[in-house]
Structure formats: structure tokens, C-alpha cells
Design a protein around this ligand. Structure first.
Ligand code: NAP
Length: 269
């Protein structure tokens, strides 16, 4: 039996176990997916230990996505983003991937949203903001990142200067969003207080495609406002789904049963 796992703190309410186990069942794979909460001071030992005992693959979530970097060989994408959410244990050192980037790109592709040559705005400069900004800029969008703490957005833009990323504070949304084709919310706004949105409703418009990384609730205020404005809406479960799809495909080498994984996820949201 192959054992896969998720390391993070907390992980008990993660939706990844049922999503991945639904995929194993659909492909008749003899595999299990477990959640683990390693000691934050022993994260290197946790990765090496998983390798030593033959764990087939790991997902990594908050707060360890940056912490595992020194303990893996990062792919160029994971290195650029500065975070790892998937580890493969093949020959040699454990390899660190960032499938949140693929999650963003494939969520838009699923909705037939073109990225290359478009103008994109990302709100948020934390972990999800870094992944979304890199995903969009690397896929050819002219990308602006807006963040409450403007210094954090500027630091992100400096890291991605080769991709032409520009940055500012939340006030810049008033002039950036009306000109944009793509908008991503990568802040946690809308999660704990469902009637809050990081973007004023009156700047949304029908030419926009809006992805909200928040997936609980699924229909955030931002997405409700976007729908009212006539925009295309992409909920956060699509990003969550496709980062899992990309991890599954890295680990197993076979196409993921996307519809099965999607159903398993949405049954629980
Ligand atoms: P993080 O690293 O802690 O970053 C949080 C971000 O939210 C920062 O940009 C922060 O701005 C901003 N923020 C927080 N409260 C705010 C407020 N009241 N007003 C304006 N901005 C505020 O968190 P993360 O890991 O990037 O996650 C962000 C969200 O994305 C979470 O809801 C998470 O669940 C979701 N997410 C979804 C997926 C998916 O697959 N769908 C994947 C990853 C994350 P400051 O820098 O100013 O503090």
C-alpha cells in the first residue's frame, strides 16, 4: 500500500484526504492519505523521516510551506514562489513542488479564461498571493499586486521584477480593477466575515474573470458582487481541486479523475 500525507498545523479539517482517497478509489490504487502535525522545530526530520519510511508523497500546508524549502530540492517554480506544497520522493533528495501555481492556472483554464496577454490584479501578498501572482505573470499576464501592507506587495513585486509585476496598496484597486481582465482575491477577507469583500463592488465589471481563493464559504461576497456585475466567477474550490489534481498526477504519473475529486470536494463544502 502507498501512503501519502499532508503535514501542517492544524490539518484535522483538511479536505485533501477525502479528495485524494476518492481519486485512489476511482483508479483502484492501493493507497491511503493521512494527516500529520509534525513538531515545528523538527520539520527537516519529518521530511527525511517520511522519505526513510517510504512515504509515497507529501502535501504541505500552513505553516510549513516555507519551512520545508531547505529540506527539499525545489523545482524552479517552487523556488521562485518561495513555498512548497507538494513533495515527491523519487530517487535522490526529496523534490519540492508548488502546485498552487498550477491550481490557479488550471482553475482559469477550466473556465476557458485566457491568461496570456491579459491584464491581471491580485489582491493579497501572502502565500496564496505569491502563488497567484507568479502563476499569472509567468503565464503572460501583465500583473499588479495590491496588498493592505503595501511594503509586502512591493517586496513581492521586487522578487518577480523579471516578470514585470507591479505593486501598490488597496487604494490602487479603484483604478486598476476597471482596466483589468482578471482579478484574484488571495487575502483571507470574506472567510471569517462572509459579508466582507476586499474589492469595492462598484469597480467590478462584466469583462472580468474573478477567482476567489477563499473556498469557505464558496460563494463569497466578492463572487456575489462579481456575478451581479456580470463577471465570470471562479470559486476557490477550483484552485483547491487543481492543486490536488497536479499533486496526484506528480505522485502517480496518471491523469487524475478530476470529476470524481471535484465531487468529493464539493460534497463537503
Ligand atoms: P497569508 O499568507 O496569511 O496572507 C494573508 C493575506 O490576506 C495577506 O495579504 C494579508 O494582508 C491579507 N489580509 C488579511 N486580513 C486582511 C484584511 N482585513 N484586509 C485586507 N487584507 C487582509 O494567507 P494565505 O496562505 O495567503 O491565504 C490567504 C487565503 O487564501 C486564505 O483564505 C486561504 O484559505 C486561501 N487559500 C486558498 C487556496 C486554494 O487552493 N483555494 C490555497 C491557498 C490559500 P497583509 O499582508 O496586509 O497582512
Amino acid at each position: 500500500m502507498d501512503v501519502y500525507g499532508l503535514i501542517g498545523r492544524p490539518v484535522e479539517h483538511s479536505l485533501s484526504p477525502p479528495m485524494h482517497e476518492a481519486a485512489y478509489e476511482a483508479h483502484s490504487l492501493d493507497a491511503r492519505y493521512v494527516t500529520l502535525e509534525p513538531d515545528p522545530d523538527r520539520i527537516g526530520e519529518a521530511v527525511a523521516g517520511a522519505d526513510a519510511i517510504g512515504v509515497a508523497g507529501l502535501n504541505v500546508t500552513v505553516p510549513f510551506k516555507q519551512d520545508v524549502l531547505p529540506h527539499v530540492e525545489p523545482t524552479p517554480t517552487a523556488e521562485a514562489v518561495g513555498a512548497v506544497n507538494t513533495i515527491t520522493f523519487d530517487d535522490g533528495a526529496p523534490e519540492g513542488h508548488n502546485t498552487d501555481v498550477a491550481g490557479v492556472v488550471r482553475a482559469f483554464a477550466h473556465h476557458d479564461v485566457e491568461i496570456d496577454g491579459q491584464s491581471a490584479v491580485v489582491v493579497g501578498a501572502g502565500g496564496a498571493g505569491r502563488a497567484a501572482t507568479y502563476a499569472l505573470a509567468d503565464a503572460g499576464a501583465e500583473t499588479f499586486v495590491a496588498n493592505r501592507t503595501v511594503e509586502r506587495a512591493e517586496a513581492l513585486a521586487a522578487d518577480f521584477s523579471a516578470l514585470g509585476v507591479d505593486a501598490g496598496g488597496l487604494a490602487a484597486l479603484d483604478e486598476r480593477v476597471p482596466e483589468a481582465d482578471i482579478l484574484v482575491n488571495a487575502t483571507s477577507v470574506g472567510m471569517d466575515a462572509p459579508d466582507t469583500s476586499p474589492v469595492p463592488a462598484d469597480v467590478l465589471h462584466e469583462e472580468l474573470a474573478v477567482l476567489d481563493a477563499v473556498y469557505s464559504p464558496l460563494r463569497t461576497k466578492l463572487l456575489r458582487d462579481a456575478a451581479t456585475a456580470g463577471a465570470e466567477t471562479v470559486d476557490g474550490a477550483w484552485m483547491l481541486l487543481y492543486q490536488g489534481v497536479a499533486a496526484f498526477e506528480r505522485w502517480t504519473g496518471v491523469d487524475a479523475p478530476v470529476a470524481v475529486m471535484n465531487e468529493s470536494l464539493r460534497d463537503r463544502l
